[in-house]
Design a protein around this ligand. Structure first.
Ligand SMILES: CC(C)(COP(=O)(O)OP(=O)(O)OC[C@H]1O[C@@H](n2cnc3c(N)ncnc32)[C@H](O)[C@@H]1OP(=O)(O)O)[C@@H](O)C(=O)NCCC(=O)NCCS
Length: 198
């Protein structure tokens, strides 16, 4: 691909794909690790939960589809489009999902998304996983800005973002379609050098 920008890339190509996807420890005995075949049933079950379905409109509906998603996740890493981790707890139990997506190496910007299985909610899993992923992406890979959006009605996700130092930057009006119609979306971002404690 011909690169025609006047500015140097914030992150050199190969910074992500040059190494295997890492396993990232998070506080409280959590581990962010690549998805494995054994996770397929719990991954599928997440999308059968009403609260997950309320906020995520792109959903797998069979184990075969989940397997295809996991294959696409591996390709995303190899082609430096994204990174997708299972959040695992004690005994390697799958608790949730967290991902970096839309990697932009020219500007050093990426997006973040997450969900947690119903039984594991309310115990700080999402915010601890987000803090670990954020530290790795900013400090190890060299991203400058990480951003996430959520419906203005998703108060739990808003709290996760704020707890992990993702400041609220504004409201994107009517920016996303959910099952019950269009939603305004909060845009949050964490910039390298921001204070993490909110
Ligand atoms: C949003 C979600 C990822 C949070 O995961 P989690 O592991 O329970 O998050 P944490 O325990 O780290 O933090 C949740 C925070 O939200 C707060 N919270 C939960 N429900 C809330 C509500 N209805 N209103 C306001 N705050 C709420 C909790 O009190 C907690 O904040 P606190 O630590 O200050 O008390 C999880 O609920 C989920 O998967 N929901 C469905 C899918 C989803 O919303 N994905 C995100 C799409 S942007």
């Amino acid at each position: 691909m011909i690169r025609a920008l006047s500015t140097p890339a914030a992150i050199a190509p190969g910074t992500v794909s040059g190494s295997p996807q890492p396993r990232l420890p998070a506080t409280g005995n959590l581990l962010l690790r690549p998805w494995e075949s054994a996770d397929i049933p719990s991954f599928l079950s997440a999308y059968q939960d009403g609260e997950t379905r309320r906020w995520h409109t792109r959903r797998p509906s069979t184990e075969t589809q989940v397997r295809e998603w996991f294959d696409a996740y591996r390709q995303d890493w190899q082609q430096e489009r994204g990174g997708h981790w299972a959040i695992a707890g004690d005994g390697d139990e799958t608790l949730g999902r967290i991902a970096l997506c839309g990697l932009n190496f020219d500007d050093g910007v990426a997006g973040v998304s997450y969900w947690v299985l119903p039984a594991a909610r309310g115990a700080g899993v999402a915010s601890r996983a987000l803090s670990a992923l954020t530290a790795w992406a900013l400090d190890e890979i060299g991203f400058h800005r990480l951003q996430l959006d959520h419906s203005t009605r998703n108060h739990a996700s808003c709290r996760v973002a704020m707890k992990s130092g993702y400041l609220l930057e504004g409201v994107m009006r009517s920016a996303a379609v959910h099952d019950d119609g269009r939603h305004d979306m909060h845009l949050h971002a964490r910039i390298r050098g921001d204070c993490a404690d909110r």
